[in-house]
Ligand binder design. Structure first.
Ligand code: RIB
Length: 292
């Protein structure tokens, strides 16, 4: 295993999508057409967003994922490299990249439909992927790539002393073996409700609660509650990803510091439109950080 330093090395295994974002005052009900107020194409995907967030928040990050061979691929790759995320483990496969159709309403709330594309082709981990996971301090995963791949990565991480952080989103039933290999789970309050007692075996549980901040429950029964800084919300897309990536980057400083750091990063991410376009840098987080 690589020597541990003050900068966390993080392997992010997950999705990368082109987000097709429409803004509208009010989301349509079924069968209704409404006029939109804007449109933007912004690189996203929970994996890519979390990788960029972890990097901008101070981590050394490798991204493990797949883009297609379509018009979106170059831009998706570029946003990672421009942010300083390592892309040696990002492959190009035949067919379309992942896309997400996103509607953001006047209150900044979103609805998202993801079509997996190349993300669904992340069915195997190469020897180089496994080495990247074993050599990292943290493996960070979500659930927008095949579940078997996430389970295999978590198993390998556990066997090599790499801390496993899972953001189990989009929520689905997970095998007990995967839960047993998770050190830290990061969920929003709706996901916490859906997952219920499935989260019990996880040593460190972090629940994001929107404007109400975040809570933490540790293995020793320790509990923390972190309020969220007040901000003017433009778009909540990617705020949970920003929180999760920033949490991973600061995890080695302890849950209290990490929650404060991640909560500030997540709040800042809601003040701009889009996912990757709204992720703050470490300097921006530091400036907005409430005192611990
Ligand atoms: O969490 C936000 C992300 O979910 C978007 O960027 C979209 O691509 C989907 O993966």
């Amino acid at each position: 295993m690589a020597e541990k330093t003050d900068v966390a090395s993080i392997a992010v295994l997950g999705s990368i999508n082109m987000d097709l974002v429409t803004t509208t005052d009010r989301r349509p009900v079924p069968g209704e057409t409404v006029l939109g107020t804007g449109f933007a194409m912004v690189p996203g995907g929970k994996g890519s967003n979390q990788a960029i967030a972890a990097r901008r928040a101070g981590g050394a990050v490798q991204f493990l994922g797949a883009v297609g061979d379509d018009v979106f691929a170059d831009e998706l790759r570029r946003v990672l490299t421009d942010s300083g995320v390592g892309v040696e483990r990002l492959r190009t496969v035949d067919g379309p990249s992942g896309v997400a159709a996103i509607v953001v309403d006047g209150g900044g709330e979103n609805s998202i439909i993801v079509v997996g594309g190349a993300n669904a082709r992340m069915t195997e981990l190469t020897d180089a992927d496994l080495a990247a996971i074993a050599g990292a301090d943290i493996l960070l995963c979500q659930l927008e790539i095949p579940l078997d791949t996430v389970a295999a990565a978590a198993r390998h991480a556990r066997a090599n002393g790499t801390t496993v952080v899972l953001n189990p989103s989009p929520t689905q039933d997970l095998p007990a073996e995967l839960w047993a290999n998770i050190d830290v789970a990061v969920v929003n309050s709706g996901e916490a409700e859906q997952l219920g007692s499935a989260l019990d075996p996880v040593a460190h549980l972090v629940v994001t609660r929107g404007a109400d901040g975040a809570t933490y429950r540790g293995p020793d029964g320790k509990e923390l509650s972190q309020p969220s800084p007040r901000v003017d919300v433009i778009d909540t897309t990617g705020a949970g990803d920003t929180f999760t990536g920033a949490l991973a980057a600061a995890w080695h400083r302890g849950p209290e510091y990490a929650l404060n750091w991640a909560g500030t990063a997540g709040a800042l991410a809601t003040t701009k439109l889009g996912a990757s376009s709204s992720i703050p840098t470490a300097d921006e987080i530091r400036t907005a950080l409430p005192a611990n």
